[in-house]
Design a protein. Structure first.
Lengths: 284, 471
């Protein structure tokens, strides 16, 4: 293939990618514009409202009123709750899953295979099936309408335990652990100083998955938390939808507020996310 | 100390993203800890509609202040209420002291023997306090089991036909003269021309489709169709149901079909309404406020009229949707909860606001004289629509409270879909010719529902008793 031909192919590829990027970004652009429009313009114009401004657009009809109204409703409380629940779940779930995965992968003890099987078995139980018994258990433990009631069932997911078990088997050589122990490391030090740095890509990926999972979690907070001040964004946004009428400007502004932090976080962690997902995909 | 330093040095290599999440954890933890927890009230009240909550709030505040009690009102989604309520009822856990439940959810609480229902039986109390006679009788049916009432009705939700009066009046058609669906479709036939040559009629008489389960149920109820007896026996496979199903499906099939599929909730559906693709829309009272909000462009172009009947002299209305207020048996403060229930569901202030805000009429008959219902509505060409809905309220059909009704209605919708396919495949477009196939399809629905009920020990007993009675 000549250099010219390669250049043309590259251009075509880029053109297709730009087109796909536009298709992907259109909903976000729509969302942001909709959050700036008033209720009257919401249904009358798909994107920007028509008017007398530049390019025939009513720029004066766009405002931050929906965002102001949103925070007048006390939405910042739900935003803080979402950050708290997501960050706590991401940190503790990663730590607990990594530790459990390490133990299941590298320690010989009685019942290890049985526990691994139980972890695998837990993966096939649909979460919906656990709603009613989970609710009863939380009631018995007096944890309903508490942050603990929401967080405790989510900080040791079977998926994470199994994921880290596989990551430790693949990335941590037994010789290294033996060497650390000979040098006088305790099991905690072995875990924190030797194992965790070696499964670093998986930590980034799993933390992001868990953070996003909790950020988008709707059903658990709905069931467990009753007080409005304890609810996360996902529940607060759903409650902006009326049964008879809905202020769509407010709803889209709330959606923007809920999308932005996770989008920013993804930009921060995307390298780890991708490397974590592909580690072990290629035989090295 | 040395170990901690080593650990920190080892973890230093973790990505910046991990540290961002750790920082977010610390900051949000501090913010959550410094927040003052709200003092919990004496009673709990779960509602699913923010609009209802907004209406109740001032009355509750006033009542709380004058009685020295505090009622906590929590707005949550219908799904959350359903999960919490059913978990509470099945597990014997406390729920709230008052729960507002939507029509699709309430019957689930009625599964099993009457004395095991999680809500308090309000019948005797309603009788003692003279409330039973004050309430619109048919509005009690979805919340009653074996003649016992387990919830106060929030609404009536009678149904009328909203039609594009601007189009019909310009064409010189007086639709109010149409007493039956047949007459209605015949009168609108002249408007079905295709003047713009887009291969479809410029106007179709009715917005309805055989895939819309809610509308199928609404129309079948209007025509006295019945899926369950008042005692909960399935009677789906009957001639009346087959006739109704065949009739409404025949509206949607063939070259002369008189119905069109217009989405009730989407922006494209709203645009089609503005464009006048359909003339008539089946409109319960609550739908009026939704139209005003989502299709403001139709202000002054619509009028309401009673639904045309299936036969001369037949019922001119139906019912769609509904809400009840129940008091769970687990409440420790029944008397206080009952006081709040009466305050919120029988107060003239809430009834007035309910109509002004969301066009819903109250089921309390003594409130029907309120002048608010006589106010002309500019959206509907200044018709006194409140009064029109009230006139139809006593006529709404009775609805079953069977927990199997929702799934049965879905199965009937599937039967309608199969019937339409059958009609199109065999070019059978006449309602009468579709009846045998409709009976066959409804037989299958009946068998499915009976099979489902037989898996429930209590429903199976009822089913067997029903069979015994039939023999």
């Amino acid at each position: 293939m000549s250099a010219g031909q390669r250049k043309i192919n590259k251009w075509i590829l880029h053109a297709i990618l730009v087109l796909l990027a536009i298709v992907t970004l259109v909903p976000y652009v729509w969302l942001i514009i909709a959050s700036l429009k008033g209720q009257d313009d919401f249904f009358s114009a798909i994107f920007l409202p028509p008017g007398d401004g530049a390019f025939g657009i009513g720029w004066d009809k766009l405002s931050l009123d929906n965002y102001r109204a949103l925070f007048d409703l006390g939405f910042e409380v739900n935003l803080i709750n979402s950050v708290f629940y997501s960050a706590t779940t991401a940190l503790f779930a990663t730590l607990i899953c990594a530790a459990t995965g390490f133990v299941l992968a590298k320690h010989q003890f009685r019942g290890r295979n049985l526990i691994t099987l139980v972890v695998l078995g837990a993966l096939i139980v649909p979460p919906t099936l656990l709603l009613a018994p989970g609710y009863e258990l939380l009631y018995d433990l007096n944890l309903l309408d508490t942050s603990w009631g929401l967080l405790l069932p989510l900080i040791a997911p079977a998926f994470g335990v199994f994921l880290f078990r596989q990551a430790v088997i693949q990335s941590v050589p037994d010789e290294l652990l033996e060497a650390a122990r000979i040098d006088g490391c305790s099991e905690w030090s072995v875990f924190f100083i030797v194992v965790l740095p070696l499964v670093r890509p998986m930590i980034g990926a799993f933390m992001l998955i868990t953070f996003l999972g909790m950020w988008n979690n709707f059903i658990s907070p709905q069931i467990v938390l009753q007080t409005a001040d304890k609810q996360p964004l996902s529940v607060a946004i759903a409650q902006l939808r009326g049964v008879y009428k809905t202020d769509y400007g407010l709803l889209t502004a709330a959606t923007v507020v809920s999308v932005l932090p996770v989008a920013a976080l993804f930009l921060f962690l995307q390298k780890q996310f991708i490397s974590g997902l592909t580690s072990g995909a290629v035989k090295g | 100390m040395h170990r901690i330093t080593n650990t920190i040095l080892a973890l230093r290599g973790l990505s910046s993203g991990v540290w961002v999440i750790a920082t977010l954890f610390v900051i949000s933890l501090i913010l959550v800890l410094v927040r003052q927890p709200e003092q919990e009230g004496d009673l709990q009240f779960w509602v699913f509609s923010p609009e209802h909550a907004e209406m109740y709030a001032p009355l509750i505040e006033e009542h709380d202040a004058s009685h020295g009690v505090k009622l906590d009102m929590t707005v949550m989604s219908i799904a959350a209420i359903q999960s919490r309520m059913m978990s509470g009822f099945f597990g014997g856990l406390p729920t709230a002291d008052l729960i507002e439940v939507e029509k699709a959810v309430a019957p689930q609480a009625f599964m099993g023997p009457v004395d095991a229902i999680g809500f308090h039986d309000l019948t005797d109390l309603l009788l003692e306090e003279g409330l039973l006679t004050q309430l619109n009788e048919p509005s009690l049916s979805p919340w009653s089991v074996d003649g016992r009432v387990f919830g106060l009705p929030h609404d009536v939700h009678p149904v009328m036909l909203a039609y594009r009066a601007d189009i019909t009046e310009a064409a010189g058609i007086d639709l109010t003269l149409a007493e039956t669906w047949e007459e209605y479709f015949r009168m609108l036939r002249p408007l079905m021309e295709d003047k713009d040559n887009d291969a479809r009629p410029d106007h179709t008489p009715l917005s309805f489709w055989y895939t819309n389960q809610d509308l199928i149920e609404t129309l079948m109820l209007q025509g006295d169709g019945q899926l369950f007896t008042p005692s909960g026996q399935p009677v789906i496979a009957n001639e009346r149901n087959a006739f109704l199903l065949a009739t409404i499906v025949s509206w949607c099939v063939g070259p002369d079909r008189v119905a069109i599929d217009i989405n009730e909730w989407s922006a494209s559906g709203h645009q089609e309404k503005v464009d006048g693709l359909a003339i008539g829309y089946i409109a319960p009272d609550w739908m009026c406020s939704i139209w005003k909000m989502h299709v403001p462009g139709l202000e002054g172009k619509l009028k309401l009229m009673p639904l045309p009947a299936f036969e001369p002299g037949g019922r001119r209305t139906s019912v769609r949707g509904g809400t009840m207020l129940g008091i769970p048996k687990t409440t420790q403060q029944f008397d206080r909860a009952w006081d709040y229930a009466k305050l919120l569901y029988t107060s003239p202030e809430v009834a007035r606001q309910l109509y002004r805000e969301v066009d819903i009429i109250s089921p309390v008959r003594s409130l029907w004289d309120d002048p608010v219902y006589n106010e002309p509505d500019p959206y509907f060409m200044n018709q006194r629509k409140g009064r029109m809905y009230i006139e139809l309220a006593p006529e709404i059909p009775l609805r079953p409270s069977s927990p199997y009704n929702k799934q049965a209605a879905i199965d009937v919708r599937d039967a309608a879909l199969n019937l339409a396919e059958y009609a199109n495949r065999n070019s059978v477009y006449n309602a009468e010719d579709l009846i045998p196939e409709a009976i066959r399809l409804l037989d299958r629905v009946q068998a499915r529902v009976e099979q489902r009920m037989s898996r429930n020990a209590f429903a199976a007993e009822d089913l067997a008793a029903g069979d015994g009675e039939a023999q």
